[in-house]
Design a protein around this ligand. Structure first.
Ligand code: IVH
Length: 703
C-alpha cells in the first residue's frame, strides 16, 4: 500500500481536502459500526484513519474550527429506531497508547498536571479493556429505571427493556444504594456463546456476526426485547455517570461497592503504583488473553483517587486521568499475491496464501493459511484481492475476509486443483461413512508422490521420531532431490554408499557440507540403529498414529513383530486381529483401520523389510525417573529456536518432567528463549531458576 505523505508536507489546501475526505469516511464507518453493528474495516484500520485525522488537526488547527470536528464526537448519533436518552454526564472515550514507554509518559503527564513530585505516591488501577459495547444503567432508589447505549456520547438509545432481560444485571440493587446511581460498564458476549449463537444463526439462515462485540451490539439493539432475552449477554461494571453520592473515594473502592450492590465486576482488576507495574499487568493480560472467555482489546489504566480525577478533568473527548493501552493490531490489510498448494505427509493438499508482507500483532507476516478448498470458496478469496489478515497469539495467521470494494476487475474465482502439484496424480476428497466429502482434498499418489515421500522422511528423522541430529528438513530435501535418500532405509546405507567409488561426488564436497558435518551426521545416524519401539512406530507416519497412539501400540504388542503379525491379519474388518487392535485402550475403529491399511500395502512391507535390515526396535521407552528434570515442573517461554513448543513438551515429559503453561511458586525451572516477557519477569520475582534453550539441552544431556 502507498504510504501517505507526512502531514507536515501538505499544503493547507491539500490538508483541508484530505480532512474532509477522512471526515466522510470516518462518519460512514461510525454508522456501519455503531448503528448497523456491521463494520467494514478492522479496528486497526479505523484507528489509523482516526490517527491521521487527528494529526491533520494538530498540524492545521483551523480545520478543527472549520467543521464540526469529529474529534469532538464519539461514536455515531443514536439510530432512529429507539427512543433517545440524553446523558446527564457525557459518556466519553479514552485516548489510546500502543507502546510500553507511553505508560510512563501518561503517568508523567498526570504527575505534572497535579504538580506531584516524582516520589509522591500515586496509585492507578489497571483493568482489562472489554471489547463489547458500553451501556449506562440508571438506578433510582435502588431500582433500575433506565438503560442507554453510548450513542454519540451525549445522547444514546433507550434500551431499558432490552437491558432488563440480561440476567446478570439486577433490577434492584442490594443493600444501601445511593438515591441516584448511573452504573456504566460493558455489555459483552462470551467467546463460546458467540460461536454457538453464530452456528445457530447460520443453521437458521439468519445473520452471522463478525465477532462477539458485534454480536453483543446486535443482540442488545433489537426492537423486540424478547430476542435480546434469548441472547447470552453479560455485563461488567467499571464506571459511573450521574450519582447522588459516591459510595467510595477510589476506583478500587467503587468496584467493590458495585460488587456489594450485586453488580458484576471484572475480577482481573489490580492496583499499581508505578509505570512498571502497569506494564507488567499489561503483559500478563496479553499473555493470558486467549484463556479469558471474553474478548479484550487492551488494558485501561485509571488514576485510583477520585479527588485527583476531579482535578485532572477532561481534554476534548477523553479524561486526563485514564488511558487505554491497546494490544497491537491483530488484524491488518494486505494484498494476496498468490495461492500455493502444499502437499503434506498424508497427501493432504493445503492452500497457503502468499501475501504482500504486512505487520500484524508486531510480527511481519508473508504467509497465511487458507485451510482448505471450501474455505477459499466460502470466503471467495481470489488472487489479487485485498484481504484482512489476522494473527492471534501463537496461532498461524489466517485470512479473515476479502475487502470486496478493492477487488481488481479481472480477478477470477480460485479453481482448486484436482491433481497433485507434486506428482500429477488425481487429488480427491474422500467420502466419510455418511457419504459426505472430507474437507481435505488428498493426493492419491501415495508412494509415488515425491512431495509425500519427502514429508514422510522429514517426519521419520524428526526429533520425536528417530531424532537424527543433523538430518533436518533442509538436509532431507537435499538428499531426496539428489536421489540419495528415497526411503527410510536409505538413511542408514548413506555412509556405505558415500564410500562407494561408484558415487561420483561425495557428500562432503557438496556445498553446505564439510568434512566434520558429514562425519557428525554419519555418527548421528549410526547412533539410531537401535530405537525404542514407540518411536519406531511413530516414525512410520501411519495415519492417525501420533506419539500417543504409537505408545499405546508399543505397550500392547511389546515387539514390532507382534504388531506386524496382527496388523497384517487385520485387513478384514470382521477379523479377530482387527478387533484386537480396536480394543486396545484408547485406539478405536479409525486408528485400527489406518494401521491395517498401512500393513496391507505391499510397498510399505518392502520399505519395512529394508528398514528392519538396518535398525532394531527395542523395548518401549520408559518415562525416565533418573533424569535431571524428573518430577520437576517446567515452563517454556519466549521463542525456542531448536525445537517447537510441542517437541519441547514431549521431550520434557519423556524425561519425567511436568510442563506447565504459567509460572507460579511451584515452578522449578523456566526455559526462556528470546522475547520472553512476563513469565520470565514472574520467574525472576519468585526466584525460580531460569535457563536458556542451549542450557536445557546441556542439562538433559542432549546438547
Ligand atoms: S473506562 C471516560 N474501563 O472502552 C471513559 N472503559 O475507548 C471511561 N471499555 O467507551 C471508560 N473496558 O466502552 C473503561 N475497563 C474499562 C473498559 C472500558 C472497555 C470501553 C468503553 C469505553 C471505551 C473507551
Amino acid at each position: 500500500m502507498k504510504k501517505p505523505a507526512s502531514v507536515s508536507q501538505l499544503s493547507p489546501l491539500e490538508a483541508r481536502a484530505e480532512h474532509a475526505r477522512l471526515a466522510e469516511d470516518i462518519a460512514a464507518h461510525d454508522v456501519a459500526y455503531h448503528q448497523k453493528d456491521a463494520p467494514v474495516i478492522s479496528d486497526a484500520a479505523y484507528d489509523a484513519l482516526r490517527r491521521r485525522y487527528e494529526e491533520l488537526e494538530a498540524a492545521f488547527p483551523e480545520l478543527v474550527e472549520a467543521t464540526a470536528s469529529l474529534s469532538r464526537k464519539v461514536g455515531a448519533a443514536p439510530s432512529e429506531k429507539f427512543g433517545k436518552v440524553r446523558h446527564v454526564v457525557p459518556m466519553l472515550s479514552l485516548s489510546n497508547i500502543f507502546e510500553a514507554p507511553e505508560a510512563g509518559e501518561f503517568v508523567e503527564r498526570v504527575r505534572r498536571f497535579l504538580g506531584l513530585a516524582v516520589d509522591h505516591p500515586l496509585a492507578f488501577t489497571a483493568e482489562p479493556k472489554i471489547d463489547g459495547l458500553s451501556c449506562s444503567i440508571r438506578y433510582e432508589r435502588g431500582e433500575l429505571v433506565q438503560a442507554a447505549t453510548r450513542g454519540d456520547g451525549y445522547e444514546g438509545e433507550d434500551v431499558t427493556a432490552n437491558v432488563r432481560t440480561i440476567r446478570e444485571i439486577p433490577h434492584r440493587l442490594k443493600g444501601d444504594a445511593p438515591a441516584v446511581l448511573e452504573v456504566r460498564g460493558e455489555i459483552y458476549m462470551r467467546k463460546q456463546d458467540f460461536a454457538a449463537m453464530n452456528a445457530r444463526q447460520e443453521a437458521e439462515g439468519e445473520k452471522i456476526f463478525a465477532n462477539p462485540r458485534n454480536a453483543a451490539a446486535g443482540s442488545l439493539r433489537q426492537l423486540d426485547p424478547a430476542i435480546t432475552a434469548k441472547r447470552p449477554l453479560h455485563f461488567f461494571a467499571y464506571a459511573w455517570g450521574d450519582m447522588s453520592e459516591a459510595p467510595a473515594s477510589t476506583q478500587m473502592g467503587m468496584i467493590e461497592a458495585f460488587q456489594s450492590l450485586g453488580l458484576p465486576t471484572n475480577p482481573q482488576t489490580v492496583l499499581c503504583q508505578t509505570p512498571d507495574d502497569l506494564v507488567a499487568f499489561y503483559r500478563h493480560i496479553e499473555e493470558n488473553r486467549s484463556s479469558l472467555d471474553y474478548d479484550i482489546d487492551g488494558v485501561v489504566y485509571k488514576v485510583d483517587d477520585l479527588a485527583l480525577r476531579e482535578r485532572l478533568g477532561f481534554v476534548s473527548r477523553s479524561p486526563r486521568w485514564a488511558v487505554a493501552h491497546k494490544f497491537p493490531a491483530e488484524q491488518a490489510i494486505t494484498t494476496l499475491r498468490g495461492i500455493d498448494i502444499q502437499v503434506g505427509r498424508t497427501g493432504a493438499l493445503t492452500p497457503v496464501a502468499r501475501l504482500e508482507p504486512v505487520t500484524v500483532g508486531g510480527v511481519v507476516v508473508t504467509n497465511a493459511t487458507l485451510h482448505n478448498e471450501d474455505e477459499i470458496a466460502r470466503k471467495d478469496v481470489r488472487v489479487g484481492d485485498t484481504v484482512v489478515v489476522q494473527r492471534a497469539g501463537d496461532v498461524i495467521p489466517q485470512i479473515v475476509s476479502v475487502v470486496l470494494d478493492k477487488r481488481p476487475k479481472d480477478a477470477k474465482a480460485y479453481a482448486f486443483a484436482h491433481t497433485c502439484p507434486a506428482c500429477g496424480s488425481a487429488a480427491v476428497r474422500e467420502l466419510d461413512a455418511k457419504g459426505e466429502a472430507d474437507a481435505v482434498r488428498r493426493c492419491t499418489g501415495g508412494l509415488v508422490c515425491p512431495a509425500q515421500a519427502v514429508e514422510r522422511l522429514k517426519h521419520f528423522a524428526s526429533r520425536n521420531a528417530f531424532d537424527i541430529e543433523g538430518l533436518g528438513d533442509k538436509q532431507i530435501e537435499f538428499f531426496h532431490e539428489r536421489g540419495l535418500i528415497r526411503t527410510p532405509a536409505d538413511i542408514f546405507t548413506l555412509q556405505a554408499r558415500d564410500s562407494d567409488p561408484a558415487t561420483l561426488t561425495k557428500i562432503r564436497n557438496f556445498e553446505g557440507f564439510g568434512e566434520t558435518s558429514v562425519r557428525n551426521l554419519f555418527a548421528a545416524i549410526e547412533a539410531r540403529r537401535r530405537v525404542p519401539l514407540n518411536r519406531f512406530i511413530f516414525a512410520l507416519g501411519i495415519r492417525h498414529v501420533g506419539e500417543t497412539n504409537a505408545r499405546r501400540l508399543a505397550r500392547h504388542f511389546e515387539t514390532f513383530d507382534a504388531l506386524r503379525a496382527v496388523a497384517r491379519a487385520a485387513g478384514d474388518e470382521a477379523s479377530e486381529a482387527r478387533a484386537e487392535l480396536r480394543n486396545i485402550e484408547g485406539v478405536g475403529d479409525v486408528v485400527a483401520e489406518a494401521v491395517a491399511d498401512f500393513f496391507v500395502e505391499e510397498h510399505n512391507e518392502a520399505v519395512l523389510d529394508a528398514l528392519l535390515r538396518e535398525v532394531t526396535p527395542e523395548p518401549m521407552e520408559q518415562v525416565k525417573n533418573d533424569s535431571p528434570v524428573a518430577g520437576k515442573t517446567i515452563v517454556f517461554t519466549g521463542a525456542l529456536e531448536r525445537m517447537t513448543r510441542e517437541e519441547a513438551k514431549a521431550m520434557a515429559e519423556r524425561l519425567g518432567a511436568k510442563v506447565a503453561g504459567s509460572v507460579s511458586k511451584k515452578t522449578d525451572l523456566v526455559v526462556a528463549g528470546p522475547g520472553a516477557g512476563s513469565k520470565l519477569a514472574k520467574a525472576e520475582g519468585f526466584g525460580v531458576e531460569v535457563i536458556t534453550e542451549d542450557q536445557w539441552f546441556e542439562r538433559v544431556g542432549a546438547g
